[in-house]
Design a protein around this ligand. Structure first.
Ligand SMILES: [Zn+2]
Length: 283
């Protein structure tokens, strides 16, 4: 499942292909994904010049010349493929259409962006750019973890007196937007905080330490995605998924990576999702 760094990587990969270009033809091959597509989506996209691509949490926001913004969510398995464009040193020929190619954007310069989503948990919608922050998908979101509104005071306030386990609190999109299971596990390992610890019991000093740790974890993953972009362009024009080197995520039973620690990584299930942690390093 793509998390914030993967979505940011996709955004950065799409940007040079879409920004400033006109959508010559939009094809929408089914009425819905997770939710119905907006009415007349193909017609509303066709002919529009793309002013820019932004990201809010795990949504890509594509601002169009006519005053609407296309909101894109990759869901569980959504992939963006670029073809026909000179990306890096390589141009990819258009691939043969595949079964799960749901939305295809042919840009005026010959580039094609194909949204393929086998499990159909992805979503797209259109909203007026002026009102896009009030869209129902975005209005429930807390501050962006890499933005200015996410700071120490915000976390201290959000955690004060609450009994929620830290793992659940950091997954709460209203407290901080876009953090998913993987990067919460990695953040808590670096912070030395046990995933079940109630947030109200964590010292203010340790709560504050989470802000730079979250930023570092995400920025490092975005940087890894950026370097993988070149490889993906080279391989097949597909964007979005890349190899990571996690400290705890997916490493149950393997040695803890902290220097001088002889423990192995453990896994527990919290709210139906796996938490990976070191029982010695995380308290
Ligand atoms: Zn350890």
């Amino acid at each position: 499942m793509p998390e914030l760094p993967e979505v940011e990587t996709v955004r950065r990969g799409l940007e040079p292909v879409m920004t400033g270009q006109r959508i010559a033809l939009a094809q929408v091959n089914r009425p819905d994904l997770r939710w119905p597509f907006p009415e007349n989506m193909a017609a509303r996209l066709t002919g529009q010049r793309v002013l820019g691509l932004r990201r809010r949490s795990k949504y890509i926001l594509c601002d169009l010349e006519g005053g609407e913004t296309l909101l894109i969510h990759l869901g569980m398995s959504g992939r963006m493929l670029i073809s026909g464009a000179q990306v890096g040193a390589f141009a990819h020929p258009h691939p043969a259409p595949e079964k799960h190619d749901h939305v295809v954007l042919d840009m005026a310069d010959g580039a094609r962006i194909t949204f393929n989503d086998a499990r159909r948990f992805g979503a797209m919608d259109l909203a007026r750019t002026d009102d896009v922050d009030a869209h129902k998908w975005l209005t429930v979101l807390g501050p962006e973890p890499l933005g200015n509104n996410f700071d120490e005071a915000h976390l201290v306030q959000a955690f004060k007196g609450r009994r929620t386990p830290i793992k659940s609190a950091l997954l709460d999109q209203g407290i901080v937007a876009g953090l998913g299971n993987i990067y919460v596990c990695e953040t808590l390992f670096r912070a030395g905080i046990h995933p079940t610890r109630p947030v109200g019991q964590i010292s203010e000093r340790r709560v504050k330490s989470l802000v730079p740790i979250i930023r570092d974890v995400l920025n490092e993953a975005i940087a890894a995605g950026g370097s993988s972009l070149k490889d993906y362009r080279r391989a097949d024009g597909e964007l979005g998924y890349f190899q990571h080197n996690f400290d705890v995520y997916g490493r149950e039973g393997l040695p803890c990576r902290a220097e001088g620690c002889n423990s192995v990584v453990k896994r527990i299930v919290q709210s139906g999702r796996s938490s990976f942690y070191c029982p010695t390093c995380q308290r």
